[in-house]
Each structure stands twice: as structure tokens, then as C-alpha cells.
Design a protein around this ligand. Structure first.
Ligand code: ADP
Ligand code: ZN
Length: 434
């Protein structure tokens, strides 16, 4: 199987662990010497870089939070003069004021290699034609997916997000073999393709979809794969950790390989901060191992997942993230039960009566019911008997699977706004929308 950097990707487990830890020790020293915030934090914790002697000592290093980036807005965590950096991005600001990240030339090269690996891991080669429909700009998705494909030697079409009819025309006329975008946009592209009478297997030459940047369920994957006749591959990352490419999926589709030679992975208990083991569900925490411009030690992602460590059939040895459920701050508490929007999606997508669109509405502080707006298919909408039968069935299933009571609102086709970037699955009516 082709790999972009075989030696790093298949390093035997023991050696990999040693390699990562060696890098981590160096990184702690680098951050301490070059970022005043880290010198202060480590000193406050009563340690110096020399105190990190075994992997267990990692627990002594203080965490870094998203708020630390905001508090030191814009350039406060820089380890090099801003003149030495060559690129600036910002988070898409899904959860508040954007955070700014910067890159040196070497950081750009590292990120590009990680993304080239991501493509190769998905089975993409230099012969492929890559239609990149992620947003270009401050969001890291567009340029991240762009540069990785170019580094691998693919032909990149930088079409960016939006103009869905033109996307379809290009998919057909250019015979693009790879589509890059958010899963929610992929679903929308598939929907418009069907409306416009494209026959996906025949009109398009698509093989692989490089999807990510938001949580999506296994059922959503199945729908995308079937409707676009494509292998849908997941990619996880965030702007604070370069962008996309932190963890990447292979065609086995059995979890995302963390590129752990560059990101030291941990899973922790969100409340106590205690380090958890493989197989235990918790918050993902990463230390960037070679980042030059903006090193982050033990960065709290707020993303909740489970890690597994066992070699994959593809030959890669790095630990894998089982599907990311979502952000700890997206988690809803309904009647005392913890629910992620991705779990709701999981239930919903098993019903052919629903289109791919739904929205969870929050209009009060204490939730005793899941207020869910579900868009139905035209066929269901047109048939009163089907409409009447659907809601109770769905409510029953939500109760059985998630143990929550639901207040359902069935809405007509095309009434929930489509997203080109990250889908907005939770509509919080308590917050003023900017
Ligand atoms: P913002 O925080 O403004 O949304 P980013 O664009 O950097 O900025 O988003 C990163 C976040 O997107 C991650 O922390 C995670 O919650 C989510 N995310 C990215 N990729 C995936 C994925 N493949 N699966 C689930 N969630 C993802
Ligand atoms: Zn694999």
C-alpha cells in the first residue's frame, strides 16, 4: 500500500513511543525557553523541563486552554518573532471570538507533509484530480487540503465552497476523482446532483471523499457513500493544531490514525484532568511535538473520543481515535442524560422518512425534552398516513436508544437551511446570533 512517509507511519510501537517522548521532552524545553506564558506556567506548577523524565511526568505539565489563546490575543503565545512567520490563520469561531494561529516556513512544510500523508492514507495518489470545496481563507480547511494535495502531486481544483451547480459541472467536466468538503456540504452536493438528474456512478469519476471539520455519524457516511458512489474518509483537526490532518482515516474506516509523531496524544477526564487509558472515553489533549511558531503543550481540545492502540490492517501503527462524538461544550443534558448531537443524528438517519437535515432547538436552560426539528422527504410530506406514523416511531426510538423524551416537529423538504461549511445542528435561541 502506498504511503507518503512509510518509516514514520509504520514505526514499531515501542520505538514510536520512545520517539514521541524524546520529541516531547525537547518541546517542553523549547516552549519554556521561548514562550513567557510557558515559563510562568511551569514555574507556577513547580517544575522545569528537566523534571520530565518519564512518560508519567507528563501529567505534571499544566494544560493549555482555548481561553489561553484568547487571553493572549493575538500574538501572545508566539515562540518566534512575528517577522519569522509566513502564514496566519484563525479558527472559524464556531464557539466565540476567533483564535489566531501562525506558522513558520518549517511549520508550513510539516503541515503540508501531514496533509499529503492524509491523502495517501485515504488511497489518493499523484494521478488524482482533487476538487477542493472547503472554504479558502482564514479557515484552515481550504488551504490545508489544497497544499497537501499539491505536495502529493495531485491536480488541485481550488473551487472553494459554494456555487453547488458549478461544483457539479466541474465534477462532471473535469472528471474529478477526489472531493474535499465538510460532510454536510457533501450531503447537499448529493442532494442537488439528484435534483438536477446527474447519475453519480456514470456522470462522475469520484473515488474518494476527504471529509471532516465537523462531527458526522456512521449513518451520514453511509448516505454520502451511497449517493455519491464514493469512499468517504474522515479527517480530524483544528486550527490550533495546524488545521486538518491531526488524525486521518484509511480505507479500513476503523478509526482515525493520529499522526502521533507530531501530536502527542492523551485522553483525560474532563472534570478531574486525570489521564485515562486506551479504551476509555474522555477529552482529547494534544502536545504539538515540533511546532516552531506557536507551540502548545497539553492542549485541551474539548473533543470527546476514545483511543485505541493496535496495529491497523493498513500497516500503520499510530493510535487511532474512534469516531469523535463532538465537543464537550456541544453536549446537551436532557432530563439528566448526556446527549451529543451526533447521537441524535445516528438515530435519525436510520429512518428513510427523514431527509438528511435536522436541527436541535434550545430555548430554555433546563431541558426535559429534546426539541428536535426534522425535515422529512417529499414522499413522506405528501402522504398524511406516513407523516402520522413517523413522529411516534421516531420518538420511541430516541427514547429506546438515548433514553430521552423528545418533542418533535416535522418540517417540509428544503425548509432547514443547508450549510456549505460546518453545519449548525444546534440552534440556541437563548443566545443572540451574530
Ligand atoms: P472552530 O473551533 O472555530 O470551529 P476549527 O475550524 O479549527 O475552529 O474547528 C476545529 C473543531 O472542529 C474540532 O475541535 C472539532 O470539534 C471539530 N472537528 C474537526 N474535524 C472533525 C471530525 N473529523 N469529526 C468531528 N469533529 C471534527
Ligand atoms: Zn489503517
Amino acid at each position: 500500500m502506498p504511503m507518503y512517509e512509510r518509516e514514520l507511519e509504520t514505526m514499531p510501537l515501542g520505538k514510536l513511543e520512545e520517539f514521541r517522548f524524546g520529541r516531547l521532552k525537547k518541546m517542553v524545553r523549547y516552549a519554556y525557553d521561548n514562550v513567557p506564558l510557558y515559563k510562568r506556567r511551569l514555574t507556577e506548577a513547580g517544575i522545569t523541563p528537566d523534571d520530565i523524565k518519564t512518560q508519567d511526568d507528563i501529567g505534571k505539565i499544566p494544560f493549555t486552554y482555548k481561553d489561553d489563546l484568547r487571553d493572549h490575543y493575538p500574538y501572545g503565545i508566539l515562540a518566534v518573532p512575528i517577522q519569522k512567520t509566513v502564514r496566519l490563520h484563525a479558527s472559524s469561531g464556531t464557539t466565540g471570538k476567533p483564535t489566531v494561529v501562525t506558522y513558520t516556513e518549517r511549520d508550513m512544510d510539516t503541515w503540508g507533509r501531514l496533509m499529503a500523508r492524509a491523502y495517501a492514507t485515504a488511497g489518493v495518489t499523484s494521478d488524482d484530480i482533487v476538487q477542493n470545496a472547503y472554504g479558502y481563507g482564514l479557515f484552515t480547511g481550504g488551504l490545508g487540503f489544497h497544499e497537501g494535495a499539491q505536495k502529493l502531486g495531485c491536480t488541485v481544483i481550488p473551487i472553494a465552497t459554494g456555487n453547488t451547480r458549478k461544483q457539479l459541472m466541474m465534477l462532471k467536466d473535469m472528471q474529478s476523482t477526489v472531493l474535499c468538503c465538510t460532510p454536510s456540504y457533501a450531503m447537499y452536493i448529493a442532494e442537488v446532483a439528484e435534483q438536477d438528474g446527474y447519475v453519480t456512478g456514470k456522470d462522475f469519476a469520484l473515488k474518494v471523499g476527504m471529509f471532516g471539520a465537523e462531527p458526522w455519524s456512521e449513518e451520514a457516511r453511509k448516505r454520502i457513500q451511497d449517493s455519491l458512489d464514493i469512499l468517504a474518509i474522515d479527517n480530524y483537526g483544528m486550527s490550533e493544531l495546524y488545521g486538518p490532518g491531526v488524525a486521518v482515516e484509511c480505507p479500513e474506516q476503523n478509526g482515525l490514525h493520529i499522526q502521533s509523531d507530531e501530536f502527542y496524544p492523551e485522553v483525560i477526564d474532563t472534570k478531574t484532568g486525570e489521564r485515562l487509558g486506551y479504551g476509555e472515553k474522555g477529552e482529547l489533549v494534544f502536545t504539538m511535538l515540533t511546532r516552531e511558531a506557536m507551540p502548545l503543550l497539553r492542549y485541551r481540545t474539548r473533543d470527546v473520543a476514545v483511543l485505541v492502540e493496535e496495529e491497523c490492517a493498513c500497516g500503520r501503527t499510530h493510535p487511532r481515535i474512534m469516531r469523535i462524538k463532538g465537543r464537550s461544550d456541544d453536549m446537551l443534558i436532557i432530563g439528566g442524560v448526556n446527549v451529543f448531537p451526533s447521537q441524535v443524528e445516528h438515530v435519525l438517519m436510520n429512518f428513510p422518512q427523514s431527509s438528511d437535515q435536522y436541527q436541535i432547538i434550545i430555548d430554555r436552560d433546563i431541558l426535559d425534552k429534546l426539541h428536535l426539528k426534522v425535515e422529512v422527504t417529499q414522499e413522506t410530506w405528501d402522504d398524511k398516513a406516513k407523516m402520522d406514523a413517523f413522529a411516534p416511531k421516531l420518538a420511541e426510538e430516541l427514547q429506546a436508544v438515548l433514553t430521552v423524551k423528545a418533542r418533535l416537529e416535522l418540517v417540509e423538504p428544503n425548509s432547514i437551511p443547508r450549510s456549505m461549511g460546518k453545519a449548525k445542528r444546534v440552534l440556541d435561541l437563548r443566545k443572540r446570533e451574530d
